[in-house]
Structures are given as structure tokens and as C-alpha cells.
Ligand binder design. Structure first.
Ligand code: NAP
Length: 283
């Protein structure tokens, strides 16, 4: 990679940021397409977020991804949101369109992209979504567009659970049920589900022995377990499901999916998905 007077800057804002795989993934695509871009991590302090966003314009940065903890906090500083970011009220991609900062959310579509890649049909399926944070919100909104049979939301904190249900009920005729993570009947509806998705951060490095579920005796043949965590690649949640012989999928494909859509928004070019995947797998 040569940097010269015409090099364009892309990056990611987050805190912490040292764990991010996005620079590796985007640089692999930039190098493969021989583009004159560079993608860098930016460690942003919360009290500097507004200045950091102003710097996108001031420094003519072409686009940035946004990760924890800024996906919602960044919204007041942007000029416009696309429809999905507006619905989700969270942004993971900002594109600088000649000084106008437009926010997008590619997480939900990245998730659906990966399910399709794994040939998992959502239509008429019974789905349990564990977690009610930012990722859960974007995934749930995208899931509903695929017309599942039902959707059950499970979370530790009731307020967030209720807020997510309220938001989703404005978008669907389906009746969405909600349960606490410590509901005594949790095994019953987990057993009834076709697809169980973990969107909580439980099990993410370094806390690899954590899981939103402790008792896996409910698992039956044919179920699919998806964990949007990608580090480690086999979470405690997926390991237990795998031991029962059901299909398990980690969050790497979703990471690639959301990143590929973001890359297309940044550059207008078709992302080299195979190369992006290889870069993530070998780093
Ligand atoms: P978030 O908004 O902070 O939400 C965190 C979720 O985890 C909430 O539901 C929270 O429950 C739950 N949680 C956290 N600690 C818990 C605990 N000790 N016990 C029970 N529940 C707990 O985070 P997010 O942005 O949604 O991200 C969640 C995870 O998804 C992270 O691991 C992130 O790296 C991953 N992610 C992956 C991708 C991908 O492309 N693969 C994309 C986005 C995010 P409460 O409401 O009770 O706090």
C-alpha cells in the first residue's frame, strides 16, 4: 500500500478499539481492488465524540464505521439517516457525501446476508432472540421483514426488553412475546424454537465461559444456534449446542456481511467478499 497526496481515509470510531477486526477486513478489500484508500482505527473518548464527527468533515474523511459505545450517541451529530438507521435508531456506518454526513445501519442486513449464505430460511420459522441491545434491535427489524412465524425476545433487563417489543410492534402484526432471562419456563420456549440467536455480549472474549443459557438439555434435533459473537469463534453457547449435534453459526459471517455492505457504501464498488473473509480467518 502506497500513501500519496490522493489517498482517501476510511476508519472506525470506538472505545475500546484495539480488538476490532474491521481494519484488517477493509484493508484486504482495498488492497485486492488496488484502491488508493487507507482504513484506520480511531480511539474516541465519549466527551470528544462531537469533535471527532466534525473532524470527518474537516479532514475530508470519506467514511467511518461506528462501534460500541457510539452507535446511538452519534446520531445527533449527523446530517441525515437512511431508512434502516432511522428505524433502528443506531448507526454503524457514516458516509461523507461532499460534507453531508449520512448514517446507515448495516448490522441487520449483514446478519440476514449470512443466514442466506448458510441457507437458513426464516420465513414461517419460530425464532428466539436473546438480548435487547443495539445489535438485537437491528437484527430484529431485519428478521421481521423475512416473515417468521413468531418472535420471542429474551433479555436480562426488563426496560430494554419492553422498549424493543414496543418498537417492533409498530412494524409488525405478529404478536411478540417477551421473557426474562431467568424465567423458570425458559426451557419450554427454547425447545419449541427453530432458531435461537444470541445477541448479548455474554461469552465474548475475555469472558469466554459466560453464556446467556446455562442448561442446554432442551436442545432437539433440527434447531439452529446462531451467536453473533465472533471472538472466540466457538462461544460457550455454541460449544454446548454443537455437542448436542445441532447446526451452529458464529458472528464472523455477519461481520463480513455488515462490512461488505459498508465497503460498498464507502467506495461504490462491489466488495471482494471472499478476500475479506480470508483476511479475517487468517488474522
Ligand atoms: P449492547 O447494545 O451493549 O447490548 C448488550 C446486550 O447484552 C444487552 O441485551 C444486555 O442485556 C446483554 N448483556 C450484557 N451483559 C450481560 C449480563 N452480564 N447478563 C445478561 N445479559 C447481559 O451491545 P450490542 O452492540 O448489541 O453488541 C452485543 C454483542 O454483539 C457484542 O458482543 C458485539 O461484539 C456483538 N456484535 C457482533 C456483530 C457482528 O457483526 N458479528 C455486530 C454487532 C455486535 P441488558 O439489556 O440486560 O443490559
Amino acid at each position: 500500500m502506497d500513501i500519496n497526496g490522493k489517498t482517501q481515509i476510511l476508519g472506525i470510531f470506538g472505545n475500546p478499539i484495539g480488538h476490532t477486526s474491521s481494519p484488517i477486513m477493509h484493508m484486504s478489500a482495498i488492497n485486492a481492488l488496488k484502491l488508493n484508500y487507507v482504513y484506520v482505527p480511531f480511539l474516541v473518548e465519549l466527551n470528544n465524540l462531537e469533535f471527532a464527527v466534525k473532524a470527518i468533515r474537516a479532514l475530508n474523511i470519506k467514511g467511518v464505521n461506528i462501534t460500541i459505545p457510539f452507535k446511538e450517541k452519534i446520531i445527533p451529530y449527523l446530517d441525515e439517516l437512511d431508512q434502516t438507521a432511522e428505524e433502528v435508531k443506531a448507526v454503524n456506518t457514516v458516509v461523507n457525501k461532499s460534507g453531508k454526513l449520512v448514517g446507515y445501519n448495516t448490522d441487520g442486513d449483514g446478519f440476514i446476508y449470512d443466514l442466506k449464505k448458510n441457507k437458513i430460511e426464516l420465513k414461517a420459522k419460530k425464532i428466539v432472540l436473546i438480548g435487547a441491545g443495539g445489535a438485537a434491535k437491528s437484527i430484529a427489524i431485519s428478521l421481521l421483514k423475512q416473515k417468521p412465524k413468531n418472535l420471542i425476545l429474551v433479555n436480562r433487563t426488563k426496560n430494554r426488553l419492553d422498549a424493543l417489543k414496543k418498537l417492533l410492534q409498530t412494524k409488525t402484526e405478529l404478536s411478540i412475546s417477551t421473557y426474562s432471562l431467568i424465567d423458570p419456563n425458559i426451557k419450554e420456549y427454547l425447545n419449541d424454537a427453530d432458531i435461537i440467536i444470541n445477541t448479548t455480549s455474554l461469552g465474548m472474549e475475555p469472558n469466554i465461559h459466560e453464556s446467556p443459557i446455562q442448561d442446554f438439555s432442551f436442545i432437539r434435533r433440527g434447531q439452529v444456534f446462531y451467536d453473533i459473537i465472533y471472538k472466540p469463534n466457538l462461544t460457550y453457547f455454541l460449544k454446548n449446542a454443537q455437542e448436542k449435534g445441532v447446526l451452529t453459526i458464529n458472528g464472523l459471517g455477519m461481520l463480513i456481511g455488515q462490512g461488505a455492505i459498508a465497503f460498498q457504501l464507502f467506495t461504490g464498488l462491489e466488495p471482494p467478499i471472499g478476500i475479506m473473509k480470508k483476511a479475517l480467518l487468517f488474522n
